[in-house]
Design a protein around this ligand. Structure first.
Ligand code: DGY
Length: 321
């Protein structure tokens, strides 16, 4: 045990992942799943050579500067790494890894649920039945909009975007996409590539965002871009809240420019903008895109594979810094 590297694990992980952690490392676990403050995080990292965090811990330049010098790797339990100041980590010589691929199916599933839930008014319907307020049925009752055969715009055609496209084809949707790079024909499968976001937006009955947070994508969906969508479009976000300007989203939902929105990722989580909570045409989930048993195990094992590689003196497969 004494020779095993100390790993600070910030959140409670699936039991199979914690079993492997205990077997191979001197794991400092968090059985109560408490959210650590910055101060607690830094304190608990004393003596650790690695940290295995989630996106709930924020590694700002200041936090990274205050981490003990022995911490050499941040092996994230997440595909997104916008919670880590990558430049600060590089400067301090800290390796950073993520967990790509393994959550694409689960996130695409949730994206489909958000699309359908927003289009078919699932939140409203559920509340009505659950609160015992459902009194009648008529042809005019709870009419939504159909998903089948509509045009779907995918902003960011990476791993998750491509799985969403595959699932959406099962609903006969026509796929449009924008990404920095055009896919080869065998991956594009007839999807229409648009060189700019602005070119794509007028073609989207549904728009779903699947891009990373970068200086270019932060606040990308602003008032000007929402106004380019066809009236009555449906907006879906299972990626990151930072891609969206909340004032613009709320205004588009209030004016009816957007018929509805399905959202799983927010600015300032878990404190969701109260205006979104008050709107009937939002279908809201609490950042659970990757929350399946299968995916959470796979994310943990992928993070451990990265740690194992690092401590074996090899290049971790998912190194992002
Ligand atoms: C991810 O992996 O980035 C998900 O949002 C969960 O953190």
């Amino acid at each position: 045990m004494a020779n095993k590297p100390v790993i600070l694990v910030t959140r409670k992980l699936p039991s199979a992942v914690e079993t492997r952690l205990r077997r191979d490392y001197d794991a400092r676990l968090n059985p109560d799943d408490r959210l650590y403050s910055e101060h607690q995080l830094i304190e608990r990292a004393q003596g650790a050579r690695a940290i295995l965090p989630c996106h709930t811990e924020h590694f700002s330049a200041d936090v990274i500067r205050r981490l003990p010098a022995e911490v050499k790797i941040i092996a994230n339990f997440s595909v997104g790494f916008d919670h880590v100041d990558i430049e600060a980590a590089k400067k301090k010589g800290i390796v950073v890894t993520n967990t790509p691929d393994v959550l694409s199916d689960a996130t695409a599933e949730l994206t489909m649920m958000l699309m359908i839930g927003a289009a078919r008014r699932a939140g409203e319907g559920e509340r009505l039945v659950r609160e015992d307020k459902w009194k009648d049925w008529s042809p005019a009752f709870m009419v939504g909009t159909q998903v089948t055969s509509k045009r779907l715009g995918i902003l960011g055609m990476g791993r998750v975007g491509q799985v969403v496209a595959r699932r959406a084809r099962g609903f006969d949707m026509q796929i449009h996409y924008h990404d920095a790079r055009r896919l080869p024909p065998e991956k594009e499968l007839g999807a229409v590539f648009h060189k700019s976001v602005e070119d794509m937006l007028p073609h989207c009955d549904f728009l779903t965002v699947h891009c990373n947070v970068t200086p270019e994508t932060r606040g990308l969906m602003n008032a000007r871009r929402f106004a380019l969508l066809p009236p009555g479009a449906i907006f879906v976000n299972a990626a990151r809240g930072a891609i969206v300007d909340d004032d613009a989203l709320v205004a588009a939902l209030e004016s009816g420019r957007l018929r509805a929105a399905g959202i799983d990722a927010y600015n300032n989580e878990p404190h969701v903008d109260k205006r979104l909570l008050g709107l009937a045409n939002t279908f809201l989930m609490p950042h659970i895109g990757s929350a399946t048993l299968e995916t959470r195990d796979a994310m943990g094992f992928r993070a451990l594979d990265n740690l194992d590689a690092y401590f074996a003196g090899k290049q971790p497969r998912d190194r992002v810094a």
